[in-house]
Ligand binder design. Structure first.
Ligand SMILES: [Zn+2]
Length: 291
Protein backbone atom coordinates (compact mmCIF):
# COMPACT_ATOMS: atom_id res chain seq x y z
CA UNK A 1 0.00 0.00 0.00
CA UNK A 2 1.38 3.39 -1.02
CA UNK A 3 1.74 5.69 1.99
CA UNK A 4 1.90 9.50 2.06
CA UNK A 5 2.71 11.27 5.34
CA UNK A 6 0.68 14.48 4.97
CA UNK A 7 2.34 16.45 7.76
CA UNK A 8 6.00 16.68 8.65
CA UNK A 9 8.81 19.22 8.88
CA UNK A 10 12.50 19.52 7.91
CA UNK A 11 15.14 19.37 10.67
CA UNK A 12 12.34 18.37 13.04
CA UNK A 13 13.15 16.47 16.24
CA UNK A 14 16.78 15.89 15.36
CA UNK A 15 16.28 14.65 11.79
CA UNK A 16 18.49 15.87 8.95
CA UNK A 17 17.63 14.93 5.37
CA UNK A 18 19.44 11.57 5.43
CA UNK A 19 17.84 10.54 8.70
CA UNK A 20 14.46 11.75 7.45
CA UNK A 21 14.69 9.71 4.24
CA UNK A 22 15.91 6.65 6.15
CA UNK A 23 12.89 6.96 8.45
CA UNK A 24 10.54 7.23 5.46
CA UNK A 25 12.11 4.14 3.89
CA UNK A 26 11.91 2.17 7.13
CA UNK A 27 8.22 3.05 7.39
CA UNK A 28 7.44 2.44 3.72
CA UNK A 29 6.44 6.08 3.21
CA UNK A 30 6.64 7.10 -0.44
CA UNK A 31 6.11 10.83 0.00
CA UNK A 32 5.88 13.43 2.75
CA UNK A 33 4.16 16.80 2.77
CA UNK A 34 6.98 18.98 4.04
CA UNK A 35 5.53 22.00 5.82
CA UNK A 36 7.02 25.29 6.98
CA UNK A 37 6.12 27.06 10.20
CA UNK A 38 6.72 30.78 9.98
CA UNK A 39 5.76 33.14 12.79
CA UNK A 40 7.54 35.68 15.01
CA UNK A 41 9.89 34.17 17.55
CA UNK A 42 7.98 35.63 20.52
CA UNK A 43 4.81 33.73 19.56
CA UNK A 44 5.97 30.24 20.50
CA UNK A 45 7.02 28.81 23.81
CA UNK A 46 10.44 27.57 24.85
CA UNK A 47 9.09 24.03 24.85
CA UNK A 48 9.78 23.83 21.11
CA UNK A 49 13.50 24.51 21.45
CA UNK A 50 14.49 20.86 21.22
CA UNK A 51 12.34 20.15 18.18
CA UNK A 52 13.59 23.03 16.04
CA UNK A 53 17.11 24.27 15.42
CA UNK A 54 16.01 27.34 13.46
CA UNK A 55 16.98 29.78 16.14
CA UNK A 56 20.45 28.24 16.21
CA UNK A 57 20.64 29.07 12.53
CA UNK A 58 19.45 32.62 13.14
CA UNK A 59 16.18 32.27 11.23
CA UNK A 60 14.27 35.53 10.99
CA UNK A 61 11.11 34.00 9.57
CA UNK A 62 10.20 31.49 12.24
CA UNK A 63 10.90 28.10 13.72
CA UNK A 64 10.73 26.20 10.42
CA UNK A 65 11.60 28.52 7.56
CA UNK A 66 10.38 27.68 4.07
CA UNK A 67 13.99 27.83 2.88
CA UNK A 68 14.64 24.56 4.79
CA UNK A 69 11.66 22.88 3.08
CA UNK A 70 13.04 24.00 -0.29
CA UNK A 71 16.49 22.66 0.60
CA UNK A 72 15.06 19.18 1.24
CA UNK A 73 12.78 19.28 -1.81
CA UNK A 74 15.60 20.25 -4.13
CA UNK A 75 17.72 17.32 -2.98
CA UNK A 76 14.93 14.72 -3.11
CA UNK A 77 12.10 16.18 -5.24
CA UNK A 78 10.28 12.90 -5.77
CA UNK A 79 9.97 12.24 -2.04
CA UNK A 80 8.43 15.52 -0.89
CA UNK A 81 5.35 17.63 -1.56
CA UNK A 82 6.35 21.18 -0.75
CA UNK A 83 4.35 23.24 1.75
CA UNK A 84 4.59 26.91 2.62
CA UNK A 85 2.50 29.26 4.71
CA UNK A 86 3.74 32.84 5.03
CA UNK A 87 2.69 34.81 8.09
CA UNK A 88 -0.68 36.20 6.89
CA UNK A 89 0.06 39.54 8.59
CA UNK A 90 2.91 40.31 6.21
CA UNK A 91 1.88 42.82 3.54
CA UNK A 92 3.28 40.59 0.78
CA UNK A 93 1.92 37.28 2.10
CA UNK A 94 -0.23 36.51 -0.95
CA UNK A 95 2.58 37.38 -3.35
CA UNK A 96 4.97 35.21 -1.36
CA UNK A 97 2.56 32.29 -1.57
CA UNK A 98 2.25 32.80 -5.34
CA UNK A 99 6.03 32.92 -5.69
CA UNK A 100 6.43 29.73 -3.68
CA UNK A 101 3.88 28.05 -5.95
CA UNK A 102 5.30 29.20 -9.27
CA UNK A 103 9.03 29.27 -8.56
CA UNK A 104 9.53 26.44 -6.09
CA UNK A 105 6.52 24.22 -6.81
CA UNK A 106 4.82 24.53 -3.42
CA UNK A 107 1.46 22.73 -3.54
CA UNK A 108 0.25 22.98 0.07
CA UNK A 109 -0.35 26.11 2.15
CA UNK A 110 0.92 25.01 5.54
CA UNK A 111 1.50 24.82 8.28
CA UNK A 112 -0.48 27.87 9.36
CA UNK A 113 0.53 28.37 12.98
CA UNK A 114 0.41 32.00 14.06
CA UNK A 115 -0.94 33.76 17.14
CA UNK A 116 -3.86 35.42 15.40
CA UNK A 117 -7.52 34.66 14.81
CA UNK A 118 -7.67 32.71 11.55
CA UNK A 119 -10.80 34.55 10.46
CA UNK A 120 -8.91 37.83 10.63
CA UNK A 121 -9.28 39.57 7.28
CA UNK A 122 -5.58 39.23 6.42
CA UNK A 123 -5.72 35.50 7.11
CA UNK A 124 -8.86 35.09 4.99
CA UNK A 125 -7.18 36.98 2.16
CA UNK A 126 -4.31 34.48 2.19
CA UNK A 127 -6.64 31.48 2.43
CA UNK A 128 -8.66 32.68 -0.55
CA UNK A 129 -5.45 33.03 -2.55
CA UNK A 130 -4.50 29.49 -1.56
CA UNK A 131 -7.92 28.35 -2.79
CA UNK A 132 -7.35 30.03 -6.15
CA UNK A 133 -4.02 28.21 -6.43
CA UNK A 134 -5.73 24.94 -5.41
CA UNK A 135 -3.42 24.66 -2.41
CA UNK A 136 -5.06 23.00 0.61
CA UNK A 137 -4.49 24.93 3.86
CA UNK A 138 -3.11 23.06 6.90
CA UNK A 139 -4.26 24.70 10.15
CA UNK A 140 -2.79 24.35 13.61
CA UNK A 141 -5.72 25.11 15.89
CA UNK A 142 -5.14 25.33 19.62
CA UNK A 143 -7.13 27.25 22.17
CA UNK A 144 -6.28 28.53 25.62
CA UNK A 145 -7.36 26.25 28.46
CA UNK A 146 -9.11 28.29 31.14
CA UNK A 147 -7.70 31.49 32.54
CA UNK A 148 -4.71 30.05 34.47
CA UNK A 149 -4.55 33.15 36.63
CA UNK A 150 -3.94 35.32 33.63
CA UNK A 151 -0.66 33.59 32.73
CA UNK A 152 0.60 33.69 29.13
CA UNK A 153 -0.61 30.65 27.24
CA UNK A 154 0.06 29.35 23.81
CA UNK A 155 -2.89 29.63 21.45
CA UNK A 156 -3.07 29.41 17.71
CA UNK A 157 -5.93 30.44 15.45
CA UNK A 158 -8.87 30.73 17.82
CA UNK A 159 -11.56 28.21 18.67
CA UNK A 160 -13.81 25.84 16.78
CA UNK A 161 -16.30 28.65 16.01
CA UNK A 162 -13.44 30.51 14.28
CA UNK A 163 -12.97 27.49 12.05
CA UNK A 164 -16.64 27.46 11.11
CA UNK A 165 -16.53 31.14 10.12
CA UNK A 166 -13.50 30.43 7.92
CA UNK A 167 -15.20 27.51 6.21
CA UNK A 168 -18.12 29.80 5.41
CA UNK A 169 -15.93 32.72 4.32
CA UNK A 170 -13.69 30.66 2.00
CA UNK A 171 -15.89 28.04 0.31
CA UNK A 172 -13.38 27.61 -2.54
CA UNK A 173 -10.51 26.73 -0.17
CA UNK A 174 -9.91 23.26 1.23
CA UNK A 175 -8.85 23.31 4.89
CA UNK A 176 -7.19 20.58 6.91
CA UNK A 177 -7.92 20.70 10.63
CA UNK A 178 -5.07 19.66 12.90
CA UNK A 179 -3.87 19.99 16.51
CA UNK A 180 -5.55 19.85 19.95
CA UNK A 181 -8.09 22.64 19.39
CA UNK A 182 -9.49 20.79 16.40
CA UNK A 183 -9.43 17.16 17.49
CA UNK A 184 -10.75 17.66 21.01
CA UNK A 185 -14.07 18.56 19.31
CA UNK A 186 -14.49 15.12 17.81
CA UNK A 187 -16.61 14.55 20.92
CA UNK A 188 -19.66 16.43 22.18
CA UNK A 189 -18.39 16.59 25.78
CA UNK A 190 -16.90 19.66 27.47
CA UNK A 191 -13.38 18.29 27.79
CA UNK A 192 -12.12 21.14 25.58
CA UNK A 193 -12.63 23.56 28.45
CA UNK A 194 -10.28 21.60 30.70
CA UNK A 195 -7.63 19.87 28.61
CA UNK A 196 -5.81 19.89 25.31
CA UNK A 197 -5.75 16.09 25.10
CA UNK A 198 -8.30 13.46 26.11
CA UNK A 199 -7.32 10.53 28.28
CA UNK A 200 -7.26 7.12 26.58
CA UNK A 201 -9.70 5.45 26.74
CA UNK A 202 -12.42 8.10 26.85
CA UNK A 203 -15.69 7.35 25.02
CA UNK A 204 -16.66 9.88 22.34
CA UNK A 205 -19.98 11.55 23.04
CA UNK A 206 -22.41 12.36 20.24
CA UNK A 207 -22.72 15.93 18.99
CA UNK A 208 -19.02 16.72 18.45
CA UNK A 209 -18.31 19.80 16.35
CA UNK A 210 -15.79 18.01 14.12
CA UNK A 211 -18.27 15.48 12.67
CA UNK A 212 -20.88 18.24 12.47
CA UNK A 213 -18.59 20.57 10.50
CA UNK A 214 -17.46 17.73 8.22
CA UNK A 215 -21.09 16.99 7.35
CA UNK A 216 -21.92 20.63 6.76
CA UNK A 217 -18.81 21.89 4.93
CA UNK A 218 -17.36 19.92 2.00
CA UNK A 219 -14.18 22.05 2.15
CA UNK A 220 -13.10 20.63 5.53
CA UNK A 221 -10.62 17.75 5.80
CA UNK A 222 -8.79 16.14 8.72
CA UNK A 223 -5.03 16.02 9.20
CA UNK A 224 -4.74 13.07 11.54
CA UNK A 225 -1.16 13.81 12.66
CA UNK A 226 0.42 14.07 16.09
CA UNK A 227 -0.83 12.98 19.50
CA UNK A 228 -3.93 15.16 19.15
CA UNK A 229 -5.14 13.35 16.03
CA UNK A 230 -4.11 9.92 17.17
CA UNK A 231 -5.74 10.20 20.60
CA UNK A 232 -8.97 11.51 19.09
CA UNK A 233 -9.42 8.08 17.55
CA UNK A 234 -7.61 5.79 19.99
CA UNK A 235 -9.77 7.16 22.83
CA UNK A 236 -12.72 5.21 21.40
CA UNK A 237 -11.88 2.55 18.79
CA UNK A 238 -15.53 1.65 18.11
CA UNK A 239 -16.33 5.27 17.31
CA UNK A 240 -13.05 5.56 15.35
CA UNK A 241 -14.15 2.85 12.95
CA UNK A 242 -17.51 4.53 12.33
CA UNK A 243 -15.81 7.92 11.93
CA UNK A 244 -13.30 6.62 9.38
CA UNK A 245 -16.08 4.88 7.50
CA UNK A 246 -18.31 7.96 7.32
CA UNK A 247 -15.43 10.34 6.53
CA UNK A 248 -13.23 8.01 4.51
CA UNK A 249 -12.87 10.71 1.82
CA UNK A 250 -11.89 13.43 4.30
CA UNK A 251 -9.14 12.06 6.56
CA UNK A 252 -5.42 12.03 5.69
CA UNK A 253 -2.78 9.84 7.28
CA UNK A 254 -0.12 12.17 8.70
CA UNK A 255 2.51 12.08 11.45
CA UNK A 256 4.13 15.41 12.43
CA UNK A 257 6.76 13.15 13.96
CA UNK A 258 8.71 10.03 13.03
CA UNK A 259 6.80 7.29 14.83
CA UNK A 260 4.29 4.58 13.90
CA UNK A 261 1.46 5.19 16.40
CA UNK A 262 -1.13 6.17 13.79
CA UNK A 263 -0.36 3.27 11.50
CA UNK A 264 -0.31 0.75 14.33
CA UNK A 265 -3.79 1.84 15.35
CA UNK A 266 -5.15 2.08 11.80
CA UNK A 267 -3.97 -1.40 10.97
CA UNK A 268 -5.65 -2.78 14.11
CA UNK A 269 -9.12 -1.58 13.00
CA UNK A 270 -9.52 -4.08 10.16
CA UNK A 271 -10.73 -1.48 7.67
CA UNK A 272 -11.24 -2.43 4.03
CA UNK A 273 -8.37 -1.96 1.59
CA UNK A 274 -10.48 0.60 -0.26
CA UNK A 275 -10.80 2.78 2.84
CA UNK A 276 -7.15 2.33 3.80
CA UNK A 277 -6.05 3.40 0.31
CA UNK A 278 -7.99 6.65 0.69
CA UNK A 279 -6.57 7.39 4.14
CA UNK A 280 -3.00 6.41 3.30
CA UNK A 281 -2.62 8.19 -0.05
CA UNK A 282 -5.64 8.84 -2.29
CA UNK A 283 -7.11 11.71 -0.25
CA UNK A 284 -3.71 13.41 -0.10
CA UNK A 285 -3.23 12.94 -3.84
CA UNK A 286 -6.66 14.41 -4.51
CA UNK A 287 -5.95 17.52 -2.41
CA UNK A 288 -2.42 18.12 -3.69
CA UNK A 289 -2.08 16.45 -7.11
CA UNK A 290 1.48 15.80 -8.22
CA UNK A 291 2.54 16.05 -11.88
ZN1 LIG B 1 0.90 21.72 14.21
Amino acid sequence: MKIIDAHNHPDWHGHDLDKFLANMDANNIAQTWLLSWECPIHEYSKGYAKAIPAQVMGSQTGPIPFSRCVAYHERAPERFVLGYAPDPRLPQACEQLEAAYHIYGARVCGEVKVRMMYDDRDALRLFRRAGKLKMPVVLHLQDEIGDRDGAWQEWWGGDIATLERMLQACPETNFLGHAPGFWIHISGDDLYRKASYPPVPCPVQPGGKVPELLRRYPNLYCDWSAGSGCRALTRDPVFAKEFLDEFQDRVLYARDYFDTQHRDFLNSLELSDAILAKLYHANAEKLAPQP
